[in-house]
Design a protein around this ligand. Structure first.
Ligand code: AMP
Ligand code: ZN
Length: 467
C-alpha cells in the first residue's frame, strides 16, 4: 500500500509520490533547533516525528536526503549572547553539541546535512538580491530590507497557503521587524535587519549595508541550496506554520518562480502534565532532566512515538514509567526468542511485517503499529509457553522485529552488539539465498562490509563480526 501523509498545503491526506521521476530519491527538510538553550521535550516530539517520517520513507524503499538546519543567528540568540557577554559561536556551539548528543540519545538517525545559518550568509544575500531585482523586496527607512506582501500578491502569488489569513484587515505599509509575530499582524517581514547597537559584533557586510538575516530567509536559503528550488517534504512543529513557513514559501516562490515544497508536514504540540510547558509550573523538561530522573532516551522515544503526530499529546512522568514497563515486555520476549533461535537466521515473518507496514502507510498510524507489536508479543509468549516455536520460527519472528525496529528505533535492551539494521540485512541475504538469487546475496554481503560487518555462515546460523 502506498504511503499516505497529511499535507498541510492541501489540508488532506495524500498518497506520497516523490518528485524524482524514477520514484526513488526524496528530499526532506526539517526546521532545526534555535540553539539558544537546551531543547525541551516539546521540541523533541517534533524532531522524533521527523525521524519517524525519514525512517518510514527509508523503510518504504526511498533514498532520503534529510536536511536539518541549525538556527545559530536570530533575535533570541542575540539577546542571550548580549546577556551572557559571550561570542555568538561560543554561545551557540555549546547548545548545538548538546542538541546533537540528545538526538543520538533519542535514537534518531543523524540528518545527512546540518547546515548552520551563519555559514550561508552569501546564499541568503543572493536570495534577497533576487527579490529586490524582482521588485518584491525593498529597503525601508530603518535600513532593513523587507518582503512586500502587496507586491508579492500583485504577481499573482498567494500569501496564506498553509492557513487562512484575513488579509483584508491588513493595513497597507505596515512592517514587522521581529522574527516571531502573530497572524493578526500580517505585515511585510524583515529579510535583512540593519545593524543596531544591541547586535554588538554580530553583523555581516552586504550590498544593503551591515546587518544580519531574518530567521525566515535563512531556512529558504539553506533548504534550496541543499535540496534544490523544489523539493519533496518540509517538516516542523505546528507553531511554525505561521509566520515561519508561510514566509518561507513566499520568499522562495517569489525568488525562483517555482513551487517550493510538495508536502508540508506539521507535528502537533506536546503538553506536559496537561499544561503548556513553563518553568514556573515546574513542568518544563529537557531530555537531560529526564535522564537525571533515571529514565533512558529509549523510553522517552517510545513514549513520544505512541501518539499520532497530528494529535496534541500529553506527556506525563507516569506515562514515562509506563513506557519502561512496555519496553521491558518487548525486551523479555525478544530475549527468549534469541535463546530459542540460537543464532539461526530466517526471513522475517511476512504477515507481521505487512500488518505493521499497513499501519504506517495510513498517515503514520502509530497506535495501530504498536498494536501489531504488542499483539505479536502476546502471541509469541503464548507460543513459547506451549513450546510451539522452533529455532527457525523464532528466527523469523526475531527478523520481523528487526524490520519493525528499523522504523521504531527503540532496539532491545542488552542487545548483542549487532544493530537491528545489520540483522535485517543479514535476514534479507538469507531470503535471497533461499530464492537462489546469489547475485543479490553477494550485494548484501558487500553492503554489510561497507557498513563495517563481516558475516560467516555456520551450520547453526550466521556469525557476525565487526571489522
Ligand atoms: P525552536 O528551537 O524554538 O525553533 O523549535 C524547534 C522545533 O520544536 C520547532 O519545529 C517547533 O515547532 C517545535 N516545538 C516547539 N514547542 C513545541 C511543543 N510544545 N511541542 C511540539 N513541538 C514543539
Ligand atoms: Zn525553518
Amino acid at each position: 500500500m502506498a504511503l499516505k501523509l497529511f499535507n498541510t498545503l492541501t489540508r488532506s491526506v495524500q498518497e506520497f509520490a516523490p518528485l524524482d521521476p524514477a520514484g526513488k530519491e526524496v528530499g526532506m527538510y526539517c526546521c532545526g533547533p534555535t540553539v539558544y538553550d537546551y531543547a525541551h521535550i516539546g521540541n523533541w516530539r517534533t524532531f522524533v516525528f521527523a525521524d519517524l517520517v525519514r525512517r518510514t520513507l527509508e523503510f518504504s524503499g526511498y533514498e532520503v536526503t534529510h536536511v536539518m538546519n541549525i538556527t545559530d543567528v536570530e533575535d533570541k540568540i542575540i539577546k542571550r549572547v548580549r546577556e551572557n557577554k559571550t561570542t555568538l559561536r561560543e554561545f551557540t556551539s555549546k547548545y548545538e553539541t548538546a542538541f546533537l548528543d540528545d538526538l543520538k540519545a533519542l535514537g534518531c538517525r543523524e540528518p545527512h546535512q546540518n547546515p548552520r545559518a551563519t555559514e550561508y550568509i552569501a546564499e541568503i544575500i543572493a536570495l534577497i538580491e533576487k527579490l529586490i531585482a524582482r521588485g518584491i523586496a525593498y529597503k525601508a527607512n530603518d535600513g532593513s530590507v523587507y518582503f512586500s506582501i502587496t507586491k508579492y500578491q500583485g504577481c499573482g502569488c498567494h500569501y496564506g497557503q498553509l492557513l487562512k489569513l484575513n488579509l483584508d484587515e491588513m493595513r497597507a505599509g505596515e512592517r514587522v521587524a521581529s522574527d516571531e509575530y502573530e497572524k493578526e499582524s500580517v505585515a511585510d517581514f524583515a529579510l535583512w535587519k540593519a545593524r543596531v547597537p544591541d547586535d554588538g559584533d554580530i553583523f555581516w557586510p552586504s550590498p544593503f549595508g551591515e546587518g544580519r538575516p531574518g530567521w525566515h530567509i535563512e531556512c529558504s536559503a539553506m533548504s534550496i541550496k541543499a535540496l534544490g528550488e523544489t523539493f519533496d517534504l518540509h517538516l516542523g512543529g505546528e507553531d511554525l506554520k505561521f509566520p515561519h513557513h508561510e514566509d518561507e514559501i513566499a520568499q522562495s516562490e517569489a525568488a525562483t518562480g517555482r513551487p517550493f515544497v510538495k508536502y508540508w508536514l506539521h507535528g502537533a504540540h506536546l503538553l506536559v502534565e496537561g499544561k503548556k510547558m513553563s518553568k514556573s509550573l515546574g513542568n518544563f523538561f529537557t531530555l537531560r532532566d529526564l535522564l537525571a530522573k533515571g529514565f533512558t532516551g529509549r523510553e522517552v522515544r517510545y513514549l513520544l512515538l505512541t501518539a499520532h503526530y497530528r494529535e496534541t499529546f500529553n506527556f506525563t512522568l507516569d506515562g514515562l514509567s509506563g513506557a519502561k514497563t512496555a519496553l521491558a515486555r518487548i525486551d523479555e520476549c525478544v530475549g527468549k526468542l534469541r535463546v530459542i533461535a540460537d543464532n539461526t537466521t530466517a526471513a522475517p515473518e511476512a504477515k507481521l511485517v505487512e500488518q505493521f507496514s499497513l499501519a504506517l502507510a495510513d498517515d503514520l498510524n502509530m497506535s495501530a503499529a504498536w498494536g501489531e507489536v504488542f499483539k505479536w508479543v502476546t502471541e509469541t509468549n503464548k507460543r513459547m509457553a506451549d513450546n510451539s516455536l522452533n529455532a527457525s520460527t523464532a528466527a523469523a519472528s526475531l527478523a520481523a522485529w528487526g524490520k519493525m525496529d528499523l522504523v521504531l528505533g527503540v532496539g532491545t535492551k542488552g542487545e548483542a552488539d549487532v544493530p537491528a539494521e545489520i540483522l535485517a540485512l543479514a535476514a534479507a541475504r538469507t531470503t535471497a539465498k533461499q530464492a537462489r538469487d546469489f547475485k543479490r546475496a553477494d550485494e548484501i554481503r558487500a553492503e554489510l562490509k561497507a557498513q563495517g560487518w563481516v558475516i560467516e555462515d555456520l551450520p547453526k546460523g550466521i556469525k557476525f563480526k565487526k571489522i
